[in-house]
Ligand binder design. Structure first.
Ligand SMILES: C[S@@+](CC[C@H](N)C(=O)[O-])C[C@H]1O[C@@H](n2cnc3c(N)ncnc32)[C@H](O)[C@@H]1O
Length: 336
């Protein structure tokens, strides 16, 4: 059955939805875990197929209102949990036949527009950036951490070339006033005023702080590990990523646990004696021209998926060692 997909332009536009549906094949029924429920774009599409069940997860409690509505419309077929996907292993799944686990990383348009969350550099008000279930905010990060630590966050999580100068200016300014979103934007602009880049001068620093505040690196790694454990044979693990750090982690994790068809010296070290997954597509799937013309924010989306070969739950992975330098930057949060 071909899914008819009509995006709602006022709400979040579910990225690569048609492609996700065609990969996970809900027409054959089964249980799916939507690890980034958001506005429910993927979940609702899956539930259109009879004999499907969806467990939706989101760290943002604001997703619960939409989730409650879907639960009423699909009684006994949809369940929502306000947890982080690193806690996937806390779901009591009994003997569920998990056919697919999907991740659509990042944040939705509605979250971006939420001034209280302060994810956007046009937000007015306090620095925050917490998506939900966080231990600290952007306000504490910017107002409390030392120069060297701020520099590392901007450099590693934002690839910001002016990381040190921006960090130094923040440290100098914050003794005069508590910094809020717009004062941070002004500091960044004052450092990067001669920057001719096409992206907004605050994009990289804001991305870096969001990754740090939401511990996006370890969240993703634990999410992938737990998803691997709960999937059944032939189950599909699919991830849509939006920035290069996410995609690097997903790509490495997938390759290191998959059948190694082409021998390359760039291949990750396979430490798992028997591959758990196989891949059909080595290159990521990206939005086509039609989607790009309808939703420009999808331009950096990359979809990768792998298929589980058999019921296999204990496995070794060196993904934490591989991304040790990023985990160390994330651990700067222990100082807060
Ligand atoms: C891009 S949106 C997903 C949109 C969704 N696919 C849709 O169609 O409405 C990403 C969602 O993932 C959630 N999220 C991000 N990191 C998370 C994590 N570690 N655990 C659980 N949810 C997370 C965000 O709160 C956000 O609602």
């Amino acid at each position: 059955m071909e899914a008819t997909i009509i995006p709602d332009r006022l709400n979040h536009y579910p990225v690569l939805l048609k492609e996700i549906i065609s990969i996970i094949s809900p027409q054959y029924g089964g249980t799916f875990i939507d690890c980034t429920f958001g506005q429910g774009g993927y979940s609702k599409e899956i539930l259109k197929f009879p004999n499907t069940k969806v467990i939706g997860i989101d760290r943002d409690v604001k997703s619960k209102r939409i989730a409650d509505q879907i639960s009423r419309n699909f009684e006994g077929r949809f369940f929502f949990k306000n947890i982080k996907f690193s806690q996937l292993n806390n779901l009591k799944l009994k003997n569920e036949n998990i056919k697919g686990v999907i991740f659509d990383l990042g944040y939705s348009l509605n979250q971006m527009r939420d001034d209280e969350k302060g994810l956007s550099f046009s937000s007015q008000g306090q620095l925050n950036m917490k998506l939900g279930l966080n231990d600290f905010s952007a306000k504490e990060t910017i107002n409390k951490l030392e120069l060297d630590d701020l520099q590392k966050i901007f450099k590693y999580f934002g690839e910001e070339k002016e990381a040190r100068t921006i960090a130094r200016r923040i440290v100098n300014e914050r003794v005069k006033q508590d910094l809020d979103t717009q004062s941070l934007v002004n500091i960044i602009e004052s450092v990067k005023k001669r920057d001719n880049s096409k992206i907004h001068s605050s994009t990289k620093v804001f991305q870096a702080i969001r990754i740090f505040v939401n511990k996006e690196i370890s969240e993703l790694i634990y999410g992938l590990i737990n998803a691997t454990k709960i999937l059944k044979k032939d189950g599909i693990l699919a991830v849509v990523s939006f920035h290069s750090l996410e995609d690097k982690i997903v790509k490495y994790f997938f390759r290191s646990l998959s059948e190694n068809k082409s021998i390359s010296r760039y291949q990750p070290k396979i430490i798992q004696s028997e591959p758990i997954f196989f891949t059909k597509q080595r290159k990521p799937i990206v939005p086509g021209e039609k989607e790009l013309s309808e939703n420009i924010s999808s331009r950096s989306a990359k979809l990768r998926f792998i298929i589980k070969k058999k019921n296999f739950y204990n496995f070794d992975t060196d993904v934490f060692e591989k991304f040790q330098s990023l985990i160390e930057v994330e651990n700067i949060s222990n100082k807060l």
